[in-house]
Design a binder for this molecule. Structure first.
Ligand code: ATP
Length: 355
């Protein structure tokens, strides 16, 4: 049975539709990231699951029991979910210990003390139990917020952009720690983020949302290698975009044809190629242009990879500007001619949507 289920949830603020007939479930111990651009409705969905936003349409179930819908709308404190917000929302006048103890009213004093110590140890904050939030760094506050949410041992954790208040380096460290703490806790987690890399780092499954709708839900590899549309393909990083037309079930590209599955003959299509899908090697002597060859416009070292700007002939007098990303250091000279090999697992064909 799923730990959290949203069934046909719709929500509007006046004219603005923030959730549109949305179905989503999170399995026990699973971490699902709700990913999408700003304003697409992610926070609204999380708040509905938490009980912070009154449900307008659909149902919310925790562990198979309806907590909202069918005439029921349990308040957040009756749902036994752990909440972590972007701004941590710690109580400033309470010590770390008392912040974490806050939701443990049903335990005896001793059980409460033990639970607080164990949870603070879990997030590496045992030495700060007597401190007050204003004396803590951003990363430490985030750990306390996580401990406070985990202390009642909820079956479901709901996290809203929990790392966005932290600077880049700290964010990477804290999200790594948080992933392992959440996994050890055994809770099912729904986490909101607008950062695709963060979603792929954290999630067992990612739910991609746009304009109140779920576009695709799947494991990071599914979304990356089998995106359902150009929006999903483009959301996970820079892509090269080429125009084409379906002919004999294929689309021509300067690097050979691509199969156009389930697309009507003659329709205009968009070809998306990830920069890492263009493999480069020095070309044999020969005249430009010829199919499969590209001229280097510029090369840039980006750290873990190199980015090569290419000019590629596409038809008699048309040049395309494409990016190739090569792992490590690969910095060919300007104007060098390279042979391009296309990795077809990194290229996608979609129909051009009518505007
Ligand atoms: P962000 O990443 O920017 O926080 P989001 O994907 O979490 O965005 P929501 O905060 O759920 O999106 O907002 C969805 C839409 O609903 C937006 O257009 C937003 O302006 C609108 N909205 C959210 N809360 C309210 C509210 N209380 N009243 C009116 N409109 C709202």
């Amino acid at each position: 049975m799923s730990a959290l289920t949203l069934e046909r949830v719709s929500h509007a603020y006046g004219e603005i539709v923030a959730a549109d007939d949305l179905d989503l479930s999170v399995e026990p111990e699973e971490l699902v990231c709700l990913l999408g651009p700003s304003g697409c409705g992610k926070t609204t969905v999380l708040r509905i699951a938490a009980g912070l936003e009154p449900l307008q349409q659909g149902r919310v179930l925790l562990d198979g029991k309806v907590v909202a819908g069918d005439g029921i709308d349990l308040p957040p404190e009756a749902r036994n979910v752990g909440l972590v917000f972007q701004d941590f929302a710690l109580f400033p006048h309470l010590s770390v210990r008392d912040n974490v103890a806050f939701g443990l009213t049903r335990l005896s004093a001793e059980a409460r003390r033990n639970r607080v110590s164990a949870t603070l140890a879990q997030v590496g904050m045992a030495d700060h139990a007597g401190s007050y939030p204003h004396r803590l760094s951003g990363g430490e506050q985030q750990r306390v917020a996580l401990a406070r949410a985990l202390a009642p041992q909820p079956k479901v954790m709901l996290l809203d952009e929990p790392f966005s208040g932290l600077d880049v380096q700290l964010r990477h460290q804290i999200r790594d720690e948080t992933l392992h703490v959440l996994k050890r806790s055994g809770a099912a987690t729904l986490m909101v983020t607008h950062d695709p890399e963060e979603a792929m780092f954290m999630a067992d499954r990612v739910a991609v949302m746009r304009a109140g709708r779920l576009i695709q839900v799947g494991a990071p590899t599914d979304l990356y290698f089998a995106p359902r549309d150009a929006f999903v393909a483009g959301f996970f990083g820079d892509v090269n975009r080429l125009d084409g037309t379906v002919k004999d079930g294929r689309v021509a590209t300067p690097f050979g044809p691509l199969v156009a599955r389930n697309l009507d003959e003659g329709i205009p299509v968009e070809v998306l190629i990830r920069p890492e899908g263009l493999h480069l090697r020095p070309a044999e002597e020969g005249d430009m242009p010829r199919p499969g060859l590209a001229r280097v416009m510029a090369s840039r070292m980006l750290g873990r990879s190199s980015l090569v700007h290419l000019s590629v002939a596409s038809g008699p007098d048309r040049e395309l500007h494409l990016h190739a990303r090569i792992p490590g250091r690969f910095l060919p000279e300007e104007n060098q001619v390279l042979e391009v090999e296309l990795d077809r697992s990194q290229a996608f064909v979609f129909p051009v949507k009518p505007v």
